[in-house]
Design a binder for this molecule. Structure first.
Ligand SMILES: [Zn+2]
Length: 40
């Protein structure tokens, strides 16, 4: 199962079906609004 994790606050945003265990980093809406200009 794949997991989408917020790279800013490490909270789990969503899950998706996948054969492998996969973690994708994204931003939740809260952090996306808060740190829109900050990139890693
Ligand atoms: Zn967040």
């Amino acid at each position: 199962m794949g997991t989408i994790v917020c790279q800013a606050c490490n909270s789990t945003i969503d899950h998706f079906e996948d054969e492998k265990v996969t973690v994708l980093y994204s931003k939740c809406k809260c952090c996306d609004n808060h740190q829109a200009e900050e990139e890693v």
